[in-house]
Ligand binder design. Structure first.
Ligand SMILES: Cc1cc2nc3c(=O)[nH]c(=O)nc-3n(C[C@H](O)[C@H](O)[C@H](O)COP(=O)(O)OP(=O)(O)OC[C@H]3O[C@@H](n4cnc5c(N)ncnc54)[C@H](O)[C@@H]3O)c2cc1C
Length: 393
């Protein structure tokens, strides 16, 4: 068997793995190898809706999303390539009952330096008069939020990482993780090659559980189905809408070029709909599309006249608290950057930086406690739902 040595091996060529590769190389780690079993962005990244909202219930994630936003905004200068960032603004509507939780999160956002404003429903007409405000108690307006292009960001990071000397090998799956006592010793690939390394990172997204099992590590992940629907807005709709997350009615919309809108549900608890990740991208049924679009057109009534284009099954790698695991596992040198729970695109620049700090320095600028490997000792099934990653009631 061929053998070589690397300082760090990254498993997975999605937005997480490529961001990490870039940050490691920028910190001077010279022999970084990224292994991707298919092609870059073949996993959840390539199916992502790419929304960048900044509403988070914790100071750490607020700081991370703001740092990431700045990277998306200045991607050509900071990384190279295009992030596809469109700062169309994001509106987040909540019911009257959720207003206190929103006010708490707003306070945390402001302390982190995020620009956000609480609007009375009547004030919505100033930003987007077409939204149905009948069930809303308030709306959060984030003028700098919007969306980006997860595949573009991945390719940008990969190219910049390659320029800094990272070896990115596509069509190469890790089939074995080698251990030396209680620490990692390297990987074996399906090309019959052994790569010796004392640092291996699991950034395998929807497949992270299977990859961790190769090292005898159990991850508390559920791969939960999240279908996405694409509709075409009619001529009567007029100018594109901003990103709108209707937490009261349970749907979201984000505009796309060509008069398209991507939409999906915020009320289906994905953790209750386990999915084989290899079914990523498969077609959705007509009935589920109809029920999702009903909610969408309640939120934005002019979308009732839209033309249905297509639906596909996405999936989230969900942890019990809907926050990622960013830590070393009990196997020394085997790191986990997974469990992104449906919001890993908007955090990816900061996640890559945090993991690179952890691997090179053993400590991180941002408090890593909320992302610790061992935080789930008591509760391993997801509690709450995706919206819990926005606000905690
Ligand atoms: C439908 C959908 C909508 C989303 N919407 C948003 C959103 O609006 N905003 C947001 O911030 N986030 C969103 N997300 C989440 C975000 O896109 C993901 O969290 C993020 O892209 C995950 O990236 P990743 O690199 O961690 O994992 P992935 O993109 O899943 O990458 C993992 C990679 O590992 C590879 N791999 C697996 N096993 C092996 C192996 N044995 N050897 C080598 N390689 C392997 C896979 O082929 C894959 O390419 C959404 C996700 C989906 C699916």
């Amino acid at each position: 068997m061929n053998a070589r040595t690397a300082d760090v091996v990254i498993i997975g060529g999605g937005v997480t793995g490529t961001s990490l590769a870039f940050h490691l190389a920028r910190r001077g780690v010279s022999r970084v190898v990224l292994l991707e079993r298919k092609f870059l962005a073949a996993g959840g990244t390539g199916r992502s809706v790419g929304i960048i909202r900044q509403l988070y219930p914790m100071p750490e994630t607020c700081r991370m999303v703001l740092e990431s936003l700045r990277v998306f905004q200045h991607f050509p200068e900071l990384v190279g390539g295009e992030s596809g960032y469109v700062g169309c603004g994001a509106l987040i509507g909540v019911s009257p009952a959720t207003l206190p939780a929103l006010a708490r999160s707003l306070q945390i956002q402001r302390e982190a330096g995020i620009r956000a404003e609480l609007l009375e429903p009547e004030e919505l007409s100033r930003i987007e008069p077409r939204i149905n405000r009948s069930a809303l108690g308030a709306v959060l307006y984030e003028p700098e939020s919007g969306y980006g292009d997860p595949t573009g960001v991945t390719l940008g990071y990969a190219r910049a990482a390659r320029d800094l000397g990272v070896a990115i090998e596509q069509g190469t799956a890790v089939t074995e993780i080698r251990l030396d006592g209680d620490r990692v010793a390297g990987v074996v690939t399906d090309r019959g090659e052994r790569i010796e390394s004392r640092a291996v990172v699991n950034a395998a997204g929807l497949w992270a559980g299977a990859v961790a099992a190769l090292a005898g590590v159990a991850l508390p992940l559920i791969i939960g189905r999240h279908p996405v629907f694409i509709v075409k807005r009619g001529p009567a709709f007029g100018r594109a809408h901003p990103v709108y997350l209707d937490l009261a009615g349970g749907s979201y919309v984000r505009p796309e070029t060509g008069n398209l809108t991507l939409t999906g549900s915020l009320t289906e608890d994905e953790s209750r709909h386990p999915m084989d990740p290899d079914l990523l991208g498969s077609e959705t049924g007509f009935e589920e599309a109809a029920s999702a679009l009903e909610k969408t057109s309640r939120a934005l009534p002019l979308l009732a006249d839209c033309q249905y284009q297509q639906g596909y099954a996405g999936a989230f790698d969900i942890t019990p608290d809907w926050m990622p695991i960013l830590d070393e596992s009990p196997v020394r040198g085997f790191y986990i950057a997974a469990g992104m729970s449906g919001h890993g695109f908007k955090l990816a620049p900061a996640v890559g930086e945090l993991m690179a700090e952890l691997i090179t320095d053993g400590r991180t600028t941002i408090n890593r406690q909320p992302f610790a490997f061992d935080r789930f000792a008591a509760e391993r099934r997801p509690t709450g739902d995706f919206v819990g990653s926005f606000l905690r009631c």
